[in-house]
Each structure stands twice: as structure tokens, then as C-alpha cells.
Design a protein around this ligand. Sequence first.
Ligand code: ASN
Length: 337
Amino acid sequence: MKNLLLIHTGGTFGMRASGEQPPLVPGNLENDIEQYSPIINKIANIDIQIPFNLDSSDIGPDEWILLSKMISEKIDSFDGVVIIHGTDTLVFTATALSYLLTDLRKPVILTGSQRPIFEVRSDARNNLISALELASMEIPEVGICFGNRLLRGNRSRKKSIESFQSFESPNYPPLASVGMNIDIHYNNILRRRGSVRFVPGFDSKIVCLNAVPGLEPIDKNLLTDDSIRALVIRGFGAGNLPLKNTDWISLIEQATRKNILVVIGSYSSHGRVDLGLYANGRAALDAGAISMMDMTLEAALVKLMLLQANFEDVDEVKKMFLQPVAGEMTVEAESHA
Ligand code: ASN
């Protein structure tokens, strides 16, 4: 039998209502697993660890670092790892782990659920069973098992608040499909990782803005905070910004002059940001911005945070941002920027 490490971090999966009605709060997961899913002991020898038990809205860089250290220290004694995590920020944690666990040779599978495990009509049991089975296989990836698919963590997004198929991977195909059989799509499994080893750390000095038709871009004083190191802007479609209102472009110029890296993403999650395609993107490019390419907003933000903690120089951060670390972006596609 395989040996699996099951790390519980919180989320709806193990929550219970504090009274008759919501709100849900963290519950005693070990008891619940014993009671509602004892069958998992037929899959593998499972060691359950609970480093913290939080709604995932409260999980961030400190917990990402703690988890990566825990996994690095213990992975040699196990065949794979499953992490139960709240769905809200699960993608951020999966992404951070994919960047930190650079030598990964075994599966690290994150899962969670939309309904707690003790409820009759819950997705928790199925998700856990599939995640444990996947973690027993040869899949050296940080993946997200949810519904009936395994997705690459740093390519995923939480797309639904209600569906049992809560995650999507808009720019990369699934790593495995879970039906009567589990089909691993070996062609999609990561073969080459970036060679840089990062010091575990995340610098949060990033401002994130949405372009909205008719709204001013920003309180102009924001960039007077000298500690800000990057500005991430969600533009329209291929990364376009309003040009009739010149504030956006002058904001990018101002930021670039101050050595603040400006990255343009998009509201559209499927496809690749291409600032050279329209004049409204080209102006941002000429003002010094770079493109998020086909990275998710989550993958781009966590990458920036990690790079900023590892490199002082803005040009170094920029250079590294445009290279893949753990399969979070497509390199070969043609673009104008
Ligand atoms: N609020 C919960 C969390 O992310 C949502 C969930 O797990 N379904 O912790």
C-alpha cells in the first residue's frame, strides 16, 4: 500500500454551522473523516496533519511558506501529498507551492469542497477519494482535483461559487480525467521546470487596478508611496486601455519612471494578452508596460510577489516574470509583445 500525507488546512470541507444556520466555521476534521469516509483507508496508509484550520480567505504567504517547508521536509517518507483547502484561495496556494517546490518528483494534490463532508449531498467525499487516488500515481505536479478533473494548480481559477465543478483551467488542458477509470493525460504533465530556486518569501508591495469604462484610473497620489514595486492593471480583451482619457497612459509612464513594473492583464481569462494587437494596447506597451501573456491573474500576482522578494532590481524581476517557472505560461505562442 502507498503512503500518503493528508494535510488539512481548513475550508468548507471540514466546516460546521456554529448554530442552526450558517455562518460555517472550522470543525473537527479528523473525527468527521473517521465517521463519514473511513473507506479512504483502503486507498493508502494515510497520515493526517492539521497545521492550521482556516477559512481560506485568511490563508496567505505565511501559510504558503509553512506548507512548502512541511512538504519539503516530509515528502521523502511519502508517495504523495493531498492538501484539503478552502476553495476561495485554493488557486493562490497551489500556485505558490508550484513555484516553491521546484524539485517536485511526486504529486501534491489540492482539493476541497463546496459542501461540508458531514452533509448528505456533499462533494467532499468524492473529491477526497479522487485526490488520494491521484496522489498515489506518478504525477509530479501541484494539481487541483475537483469535480471529475485534475487541473494544473497555477493554470486554474475558481470559476463558480456554487457548482461542484468549481475550477477551470482556461489556457491549459486537464492533467487527468476522473470517471469510471482515472485517465492521466501524460502529454500535459510538466516535463521542464525553471531552473531557479527561490528563497521562500513574498513581497506584497503591488497595486492591482481594474480598467472600468468611465472611471478614473486611480487616486493620483497612490504612486507617491515609494515602497510600491509593481502595478498590475486588468485591461479589456487583449489588454486594451481607454485612450480618450489619457490618465491611464500617463499613470503607466509615471510608474515606469519610478521603476515600478507595470503588467497588463485582462478581464478575459481565456487567451493571451497581446499589447501589440490594437493601438489601445500598443500605447501601454510604448509607455513601458509588459503583458501578462496567458497567465492567470492569480499566477501572475503570486509570481510577482515571489520575484520581488527574491530580486531587488526591477529589470531582473521583469526578465524572470516573462519566463516560466512551473508551467504557468505558454512560451512558444506568437505575439506582438
Ligand atoms: N469560504 C470557504 C473557504 O475558502 C469556501 C469553500 O471552501 N468552499 O475556506
